[in-house]
Design a protein around this ligand. Structure first.
Ligand code: G3D
Length: 193
C-alpha cells in the first residue's frame, strides 16, 4: 500500500476530493517526493519527473486525493499558473532543500507570498513543510529550517515541519499522517466554499 492509499483510508472513504498543492523551489525534491508517495502501480516513468520551471510538474489523483506540484521559482509571469489553484486547495505541502542554505531565503520569500495571497490568507489550510534532503551533508535540522522560514509567525494555519529524505522515503509517513489528521478534523465537505 502506498502512502496515498493510507491517506485516503485515514481520511475516510466517500469524502469529496481533497486537493493538495505541492510547492517549493525547483530542485527541492517535489517530483522525487511525489514519486515516493504514489502507489507503486501508479508510479510515473522517470521522464515525467523532469523539472519544468513555471509549469505543472505533476498532477495525479489517488484514492480521492488530487495532488498537483508546482515550482514556485519560475518567472513572475508564471506565478498566476499556480496561484489560481490556491482557492481550491485543502492543504499545502511546501518542500524545502534543507541543505541549500543560500536559497532558504528565497524559499522564505516565496512562502511569505503564498501565505499573504488573498486566496490563502486567513484560511485554515494545513501547511506541511518537508525539510527535505535531510540525508545530504550540511542539511539543517528541521527546527533550523522552521526558524529560517519564519514558521513560528504563522497564526492563521496549522503547520508542521518534518525532516524527509524523498529518495528513501524517510519522514514522509510522519508528514502524511499529520496532514491526514488535519484534513479529517477540518470537515472537508464544507471546505470548498
Ligand atoms: P523538483 O521536482 O523540486 O525540481 P526533484 O526536484 O525531485 O527533481 O529533485 C532534484 C534533485 O534532488 C534530484 O537529483 C533528486 O534525486 C534529488 N533529491 C530529491 N530528494 C532528495 C533527498 O531527499 N535527498 C537527496 N540527497 N537528494 C534528493 P538529480 O541529481 O537527479 O538532479
Amino acid at each position: 500500500m502506498g502512502l496515498l492509499d493510507k491517506l485516503s483510508v485515514w481520511l475516510g472513504r466517500g469524502r469529496a476530493e481533497v486537493t493538495v498543492l505541492v510547492l517549493g523551489l525547483d530542485n527541492s525534491g517535489k517530483s522525487t517526493l511525489l514519486q515516493a508517495l504514489r502507489p507503486p502501480d501508479a508510479r510515473a516513468p522517470p521522464q515525467h519527473a523532469a523539472p519544468t520551471v513555471g509549469q505543472t510538474q505533476e498532477h495525479f489523483t489517488s484514492g480521492g486525493v488530487a495532488f498537483s506540484a508546482w515550482d514556485v521559482s519560475g518567472a513572475p509571469r508564471h506565478r498566476a499558473l499556480w496561484e489560481r489553484h490556491y482557492r481550491r486547495a485543502h492543504a499545502v505541502i511546501f518542500v524545502v532543500d534543507s541543505a541549500d542554505h543560500l536559497r532558504l531565503v528565497v524559499a522564505r520569500e516565496e512562502l511569505e507570498l503564498l501565505l499573504a495571497h488573498p486566496d490563502m490568507f486567513g484560511r485554515r489550510v494545513p501547511l506541511l513543510v518537508f525539510a527535505n534532503k535531510h540525508d545530504a551533508p550540511h542539511a539543517l535540522a528541521p527546527m533550523q529550517v522552521a526558524a529560517a522560514l519564519g514558521l513560528e509567525r504563522i497564526t492563521d494555519k496549522p503547520w508542521h515541519i518534518c525532516a524527509s529524505c524523498a529518495l528513501s522515503g524517510a519522514g514522509l509517513a510522519d508528514g502524511v499522517a499529520w496532514l491526514a489528521r488535519q484534513l479529517r478534523d477540518a470537515h472537508l465537505p464544507h471546505a470548498h466554499t
